[in-house]
Design a protein around this ligand. Sequence first.
Ligand code: DQA
Length: 160
Amino acid sequence: MAEAAAAVGLWLAVVNGPNLGRLGRREPGIYGTESWEAIQARLERWWRPRGVALEFFQSNHEGRLVDYLEAAADRGCGGVALNPGALTHQSYVLADCLRALPMPVVEVHLSNIFAREDFRARSLTAPAAWGQVSGLGWLGYHLALEALWRRQRPGGEAEA
Ligand code: DQA
C-alpha cells in the first residue's frame, strides 16, 4: 500500500487507537453501526479515484501507535487522520509523538467528546494536532482527509 501510495505522490494514513477496531459492535448508539472495515471501504471508494492512497492502521497499544506514526513519517506520509480513542485524554506519550511528526495530524472523534462525560472534554493530543473533528461519526475521517488533501495542494485550503 505504501509503495502504491508513493507512486501516486500523496498518501495519507487513517489511524485508530484502542477499542476502535470493534466499531459497529462497540456501543453502536454512540459510535455508529458501521464497522471499521466498512468505513475503510467507504474512504477508499472516495479517495482512490482521486489519486490519494490511504493506509489504515488500528492498535490497542500506545507504543504500537507511536511506532507506526514514526515509521509513517519516515516513509513520507503526507498527513494523518487520527482517532486516539481514550488515549486522547491520558496520553502524554502520544501527544509528544504528534508534536515531533513532520506531517499534519487531524484528530478525529466519532462522538462529540464535549457533550459526554467530563473526562472526555479534555484532549491532551488536540493541542499537538493541526485540527480536530468531533461528533460527526465516520464522516469525521473523510473531512479530516479532505482538509489534509487540500493542505497539500497550492491554494487548496482556500477552495470552496
Ligand atoms: C472516541 C472518544 C473517546 O473518548 C473514547 O475513549 C473513544 C472513542 C470517539 O471516537 O468518539 O474510544 O475517540
